[in-house]
Design a binder for this molecule. Sequence first.
Ligand code: ATP
Ligand code: MG
Length: 448
Amino acid sequence: MRKYATEITANDDGERVCVAGWVHEKRDLGGVFFLVLRDRSGLAQITLHKHKGEGKAEQEQEQEQEQEQEQGLFERVRKVPRESVVAVEGRVKSERKAPNGYEIIPERFEVLSEASQVLPLDTTGKVGAELDTRLDARFMDLRTERTKEIFLIRSLVLKAVREFLTAERGFVEINTPKIVSAATEGGTALFPISYFEREAFLNQSPQLYKQILMASGFDCVYEIAPIFRAEEHDTTKHLNEATSVDVEVAFADHEVVMKILEELVAAVYSEVANYPGLERLGVSLNVPELPFRRVTYDEAVELLSEAGEEIEWGDDLGTSAEHRLGEQIGELYFVTDWPCATKPFYAQPAAAAGEGERICNAFDLMHPRMELASGSQRVHSYELLKRKIEEKGLSADDFEFYLEPFRYGMPPHAGWGLGVERLLMTMLEVENIREVVLFPRDRRRLAP
Ligand code: ATP
Ligand code: MG
């Protein structure tokens, strides 16, 4: 039966085993030949000894035949191109110097799929490659240890999110349409698509649908799904197709969902911090302490002005402001109490006496490097919502399907959207967001 490389140990000395995987490396030392096989778990060394059979006519016929077979095996192993897929059967021999403390002396060697001689990438980590080259040959880039670990951790993060929300907090996981008729927040950042005789769009956020579901009585819902943004960004933190964890909670305000968000982020950090493969990325992760620091928008503007950043009250925080603030604060933090004008129509204006509709109950979760999430308490009054849509210069008619449920019993609610890639790249100290997406979509890249 096939075993993974790390399932075999020096204690299996003398056992017959079968392994299968990719030809990671080949080393020819004249009389001895090493083939390093790589599978999902790690590396296994296959060792062959060359027999010098020439001119030994006195040897018995039987022995000669055996040697010929071995010689054939030797040649076949020597010739197989790197990154071919092979299956090897043989005996385990304990060997201190080999990976995992053993080598396999092969008896059978089968090439299941031969690779072309010239490879698009080196998979051993010895020869580096540009990100573009790696993304062009992503299938092969995924064979390198670093890239593989990033995506195993991505899977772990999604598992931790689901465990936290579904198992621990009783959330209902939902799926909302990605082909939609209206923009979430208006604006131009939408990909139009042709939908039979009409125009439709790819969803920029599940916002409107998760809010509609607040009228269902599910109370706590979440979705992990793609969001599409048509902005022509060319930055290291923007994608045109990203993955968002979106949460919406009924009978809750912004304070409640900020607490859920910080607890979720801490839970994900601690899951990843305990993952053994993290070491291989050279990352040491500190699980953030709760609660995260809260900085009001006013305080942020003050801090930024003091630091020499040109900013006026009412401005959004741009990249440079994000960096300045991040440097000063140095840990995960929330920016709260945003001016209404900087946030979408669905953000609930603050109720504080005299505040009017100057500021709203919205927040951003920030990593010192960038924004990770945005959220707010939502407007749940039909009249106010309709007015706010119109005040943003949008047509309430376009939002009829969204507004309707607000007329038939809509509980107060709040929620947020958290970028999976941003969370991952900041946790793993990855520079470019494209590194943490299998097949990134950006201004120039539509394949693979
Ligand atoms: P930014 O200002 O940083 O571009 P945003 O405020 O436009 O982000 P939101 O609409 O608030 O983004 O979306 C919620 C979260 O989804 C963001 O905090 C971010 O983590 C993620 N996100 C949004 N747009 C993108 C994108 N183009 N690429 C990657 N992640 C994104
Ligand atoms: Mg935002």
